[in-house]
Design a protein around this ligand. Structure first.
Ligand SMILES: *[C@@H]1O[C@H](CO)[C@@H](O)[C@H](O)[C@H]1NC(C)=O
Ligand SMILES: *[C@@H]1O[C@H](CO)[C@@H](O)[C@H](O)[C@H]1NC(C)=O
Ligand SMILES: *[C@@H]1O[C@H](CO)[C@@H](O)[C@H](O)[C@H]1NC(C)=O
Length: 335
């Protein structure tokens, strides 16, 4: 109860900070914000010195957030799940997927002239399962592969079934290290399907393949394809048909501390993170991609992000349009 009051009090403090001058915060106010954040995120540190060290990082992130939020931007930063880590720790712990090899890529580029809806949100159409937290495992590729398969399965069969990320970590890549979305889709095809999340739940670490569970093929696919590359219109046409897996660069501090709105700040094209594009739209004058992430509900817009769409660079914001890939599932009756 007391902690709830602290949170309420802190939310009130924080809501006054959304407009101009950079707030001047007393040490007392910052320590209250910190305590509230610890409760909200269920954080318990091993010892006092760790708690103090994390407080200093939290304070530095808060300063960065306050400065950004004072400016006139299309998005705000927040004391999200990553507020107690440095940008270096964030990079080292949560980023690290590889772009696919060049040369083996074929895609249909004939989609980009088609008329498609101006906006779509596959959550509203029932094709998206709740956001989860990948934890200390570089498994964004597994979350993305699974999210695209869950979606196409719902679109084709009408059933939304949460599928196993752990099976991909354990039986396909056999590791928590960075990997490829398309390789996982290839595995699901070759394996004859994939097990459910319920039967083969996510553990955020490599355990070793359970071959019995890996034979429980709850959902099948017929293959995978590359969506139009470096072509945001073609990508939009594909996303209007189904959610698509993509790679982005999530390297910066703004990405780390993203709160809400359309992310328009500079980011590079050294893709190090896999996400699922589950829609697109326009807010004011800014077009965006709607992406599902795997960093839990307490990052971004309840686990989602809106990323600027239709920029000058053909590779898209953070390189999102460079490696889009999606599973294929035909409408046939499985035996
Ligand atoms: C406090 O905890 C941190 C990590 O949680 C650890 O690295 C450090 O050694 C601990 N310090 C003491 C004095 O136990
Ligand atoms: C904020 O930015 C928008 C878009 O760039 C602009 O139209 C608006 O005038 C700006 N507002 C202020 C207060 O500078
Ligand atoms: C593998 O899964 C089966 C069936 O769910 C279970 O009975 C078995 O204990 C599991 N094996 C290991 C090594 O965890």
């Amino acid at each position: 109860m007391a902690s709830l009051l602290v949170i309420l009090f802190i939310s009130t403090l924080f809501s006054f900070t959304s407009s101009s001058p950079i707030p001047i915060r007393s040490e007392y106010e910052i320590s209250l914000l910190y305590e509230g954040w610890l409760v909200k995120h269920n954080k318990v540190y091993e010892n006092r010195s760790e708690k103090e060290k994390r407080y200093e990082i939290f304070k530095d992130n808060l300063k960065y957030i306050d400065e950004h939020n004072t400016g006139n931007h299309t998005f705000t930063l927040a004391l999200n799940v990553f507020a107690d880590i440095t940008v270096e720790e964030y990079r080292a712990t949560y980023l690290g997927t590889l772009p696919p090899p060049q040369g083996s890529i074929e895609n249909d580029d004939n989609d980009d002239k088609k008329v498609v809806p101006d906006s779509i949100d596959w959550r509203e159409l029932g094709a998206v399962t709740p956001v989860m937290q990948q934890g200390g495992c570089f498994s964004c590729w597994a979350f993305t592969a699974v999210a695209t398969v869950e979606a196409i399965n719902q679109i084709v069969t009408g059933d939304l079934i949460s599928l196993s990320k752990q099976q991909l970590v354990d039986c396909d890549h056999k590791s928590c290290s960075p990997y490829h979305i398309y390789k996982s889709l290839e595995y699901i095809k070759k394996n004859g399907g994939i097990d459910t999340e319920e039967d083969y739940p996510y553990k955020a670490k490599y355990i070793g393949c359970n071959a019995t569970k890996a034979k429980n093929n709850a959902v099948t696919i017929d293959g995978y394809k590359w969506a139009p590359r470096n072509n945001e219109n073609g990508l939009k046409a594909q996303v209007s048909k189904q959610p698509v897996g993509a790679l982005v660069e999530g390297y910066g501090r703004d990405f780390q501390l993203y709160g809400k709105g359309i992310f328009t700040k500079y980011c590079g094209k050294k893709q190090d993170h896999a996400v699922t594009i589950i829609g697109y739209g326009t807010d004011g004058n800014t077009d965006y991609w709607l992406i599902k992430n795997s960093w839990g509900d307490f990052w971004g817009e309840a686990g989602y992000m809106r990323l600027e769409r239709n920029i000058q660079d053909k590779a898209g914001k953070c390189g999102i349009a460079e490696w889009p890939v999606y599973p294929v599932k035909n409408k046939h009756i499985s035996i």
